[in-house]
Design a protein around this ligand. Structure first.
Ligand code: ATP
Length: 232
């Protein structure tokens, strides 16, 4: 494993009964890069990310995150993630929701406004969460992930269901996270999305890593284009 690896996985596998959700995944994510995790629905992206975060126990294989085993408290403190939408209260403002989350996470309340500013929601901080557009809700989810000022940010399909403007806003936000020196893992089923914001990409299908390369390397492989399923 190279010393600048923020994420390392070797033969990571997860089985649910007869379903092999993730099948022998090898992965290295380097410090400071924006890494795309590209694959169609059901490919195994979420399960892999959940194993890396220690939310799901692998059936076999090994992984480390920030040099620690998955689920290690120090690694979790240095990692922000948006995997399942956080449970925000619709009748509370975006700001109050984040203040509650900060309290639960033992993060100073002084982190809340910078996090809202980072996702361009400071001007709507006092509005009820329930009045936010889907794109704003997703951006508030990213703000929640930023409360700990994490060096690693893991975002699982953050543009799912967003309209074109919402997608553009989220992509600009992800690019900002990279500019701030954070390592970013972005899972997506849209090739153009990972090409827009990531330097390297792993393509996963049926639990297998199909290929890993730079965005330029993948551009030469048009057969890798992944489309959204009709259910999106
Ligand atoms: P999506 O975009 O739909 O979330 P994904 O690439 O994130 O897709 P996963 O959610 O990791 O894929 O799912 C991979 C496979 O594992 C799918 O076939 C899914 O049905 C199965 N799976 C995931 N979690 C479970 C579970 N808890 N029990 C049984 N099967 C599961």
């Amino acid at each position: 494993m190279s010393t600048d690896a923020v994420i390392s996985a070797e033969a990571l596998t997860k089985r649910y009964g007869s379903v092999v959700a993730v099948d022998g995944v090898d992965l290295t994510v380097r410090r400071g890069e924006a890494f795309g995790f590209l694959g169609p629905n059901g490919a195994g992206k979420t399960t892999t990310l959940r194993m890396l975060l220690g939310l799901v126990r692998p059936s076999s294989g090994r992984a480390s995150i920030l040099g620690r085993p998955p689920g290690d408290p120090d690694a979790l403190r240095r990692t922000g993630s948006l995997i399942e939408g956080p449970g925000f209260y619709p009748y509370l403002s975006g700001r109050t929701n984040l203040e509650l989350m900060a309290r639960y996470a033992a993060v100073p309340a002084s982190r809340v406004m910078p996090a809202l500013e980072a996702v361009d929601l400071a001007g709507r901080a006092g509005d009820r969460f329930g009045s936010y557009s889907l794109g704003m809700k997703q951006r508030l989810g990213v703000a929640a992930a930023l409360l700990k000022d994490p060096e690693l940010v893991i975002l699982d399909e953050p543009t799912n269901g967003l309209d074109p403007q919402g997608m553009r806003d989220m992509r600009a936000l992800i690019a900002d996270l990279g500019d701030q020196g954070r390592t970013v893992i972005l899972s997506s089923h849209l090739m153009q999305e990972v090409q827009a914001v990531c330097q390297r990409v792993a393509v996963i299908d049926h639990g297998h890593i199909v290929t890993v390369g730079t965005v330029e390397e993948l551009r030469g492989q048009p057969d890798l284009e992944v489309r959204a399923t009709p259910s999106d």
